[in-house]
Design a protein around this ligand. Structure first.
Ligand SMILES: [Fe+2]
Length: 229
């Protein structure tokens, strides 16, 4: 039988993927409801330890900004698409929607790669992942780091945000070194760039009446050797 030629395995990238998966397996157990464990608790101490261990590799802190590409017109266009592709089941305690054919090209035409190259301080692959994320009452996201094999850097953009009139509100949070936490409740049109493969992050549960629809973009490093951190 003829063997097909196999592409060379990117060992550095593969090793990094295994590492991020292992860290996530630890992290996911620390926030079963998406809430950050209480200060001083054993789970918080482990969370702080993992965050500290990863912090030396974090290339930039989470940055909240108004996203030029998410104009009201583009948000309306994307929300209409997102409404059509939402999966009827939960994926990691919230729902997800795969983009239809052609959506990546639409984002390319909006300049998403130029935008990413300006935000990410290392060379990145000329491609990206994109999906929609939906959160309703009681939905949340446990603390994790993103799988570096799929993507290392993330842009979360907010397409729709309905806040409760009173009481607590859900937020996306990021664990920083020295036990610090940064939490953002993005408004429509805002987004957060962050080093998602190295920055533990999650989302607290949504209350009754709350709703969030996000678009997520993932970007990969061009090289995974030790010189390209
Ligand atoms: Fe993530």
């Amino acid at each position: 039988m003829t063997q097909l030629a196999q592409p060379p395995i990117d060992r550095a990238r593969h090793a990094r993927m295994l590492r991020s998966r292992e860290w996530s397996m630890i992290l996911l157990q620390l926030s079963p409801t998406g809430r950050i464990p209480a200060e001083g608790s054993p789970r918080r101490q482990v969370l702080n330890f993992v965050t500290e261990a990863l912090s030396a590799e974090v290339l930039f802190p989470p940055v909240l900004e108004d996203l030029e590409i998410l104009t009201p017109e583009v948000r309306a266009e994307l929300l209409a698409i997102a409404t059509e592709v939402v999966a009827p089941y939960e994926h990691e305690s919230r729902r997800i929607g795969d983009p239809p054919d052609g959506l990546k090209e639409r984002f390319r035409s909006l300049g998403i790669m130029d935008y990413a190259r300006a935000a990410i301080p290392v060379p990145i692959v000329d491609d990206f992942e994109v999906a929609f994320l939906y959160y309703g009452p009681d939905e949340f996201l446990r603390v994790h780091v993103d799988n570096s094999y799929a993507f290392e850097f993330n842009l979360l953009g907010c397409l729709r945000r309905v806040r409760p009139e009173t009481g607590r509100k859900s937020a996306t949070y990021f664990l920083l070194d020295k036990g610090d936490i940064c939490a953002y409740d993005m408004s429509e049109g805002q987004g957060v760039w962050f080093h998602s493969g190295m920055t533990p992050h999650g989302r607290t549960p949504l209350a009754s009446g709350e709703e969030v629809v996000l678009v997520t973009f993932g970007f990969r490093k061009e090289r995974f050797d030790s010189d390209s951190r």
